[in-house]
Design a protein around this ligand. Sequence first.
Ligand code: AMP
Ligand code: GLY
Length: 436
Amino acid sequence: MNILVIGSGGREHALAWKLAQSPHTHRLWVAPGNAGIPLERCGGSGREAECVPIAADDLAGLLRFAEEERPDLTVVGPDNPLSLGIVDRFQQAGFRIWGPNQRAAQFEWSKAFTQNFMAVHGVPTAESGVFTDAHSAKRFAAHLGGRCAVKADGLALGKGVLLTQSMEEAERAIEDIMLRRVFGGAGAQVVIQELLEGIEVSLHALCDGHVAKLFPTSQDHKRAYDQDEGPNTGGMGTFSPAPFLTEDELLDAARKILEPWQRGCTAEGINFRGIIYPGVMLTANGPKVLEFNARFGDPETQVYLTRLENDLVELLNASVDGTLRHVELRWSTHASVCVVMASEGYPGAYERGRVITGLESVAALPNVKVFHAGTGRAGEEFVTNGGRVLGVTAWAPTLSEAQESAYAAVDLIQFEGRHFRRDIAAKALGHGPLFA
Ligand code: AMP
Ligand code: GLY
């Protein structure tokens, strides 16, 4: 098959790496991709994977490319093209494409839709309300004693959520989002949730419109600095499995969340084909959904795909074709850890073009894979070209060994101002940051 992957991050490199391994894959394009993509070779042909310089949200450009090259399958990584309706557009033009259509992707692009859906269909979530005027929003915040998560309705590129501890902070957050529009038009409507306490885990399930196949657990690290300090980011590192849940507890959480979610989708005529990714807080009163995403997590994908034993081309085909019930997901028993190496200043402003060294030494290590995210080429050299630069991923029989080996690889990779957390997976191992 000839496959087109859309996106440019570490998630898309991981998808490309895993799709390329399949003997079904003859050609693989990634639009726009990154400098790591051409390192992969297609299992069915030996051909190099190719970057195509078309932006992930340039639907017209992507469709023109599809008309020319006729991919057998298109795989959508990021949320933005999904929310713009790329799946609908490709299907109308007669192309097979993997990902939820625009209506199903509402779980990602409208927090207000999602919150109402959870209330109507009995998906466990925080006490919450949806508001279009600041006055009612503040009244509800007061009811919660000012301890809230204030969320702009639309896509705000991983931002758009302010956590508040007092009424003063809550009022400021509501005014920032609704009146000062710090997240732009996304702030016309807000969701306000009670502030939940507990351990956060990422769940993923692959869906085909009929069944949802649950992945193992993983955990992301959203804050920029060690000990969960500093600003929120797209994700600074992940590990899987997340041993905060036993297998039974995971199945119980999934039953409480995914069963009502699926019944709700059926009742509302939503045909969800793709990944549903609930962000879940494990609270004293059971698991509660903070948000749904309608795509693979980044950097969750990096740890999941280094554990997945199935052929990913076959899995995504089954998701598109509605035949997942015949498929069993198989996961290796090893643990996987991904440490994100970011640019100095991320998630704020950062410079690009800094030379990255040490990648060849890491390429020689067993059971380690460096997924590129914000990278480019300057002649023979790899250079930084984004906030999150690399996802250094290692796998081993135990979480502790995987962590050790991921950090040993990180140590070999240098670029000016490189910044990474030193405590990825430390919470699961019951100790503080490594090399503190
Ligand atoms: P979201 O984009 O909705 O996942 O929110 C971003 C982050 O804010 C989450 O990963 C949580 O760490 C935090 N968060 C969101 N909602 C809540 C909540 N109701 N209570 C506590 N923390 C929250
Ligand atoms: N890992 C966070 C996200 O993908 O949204």
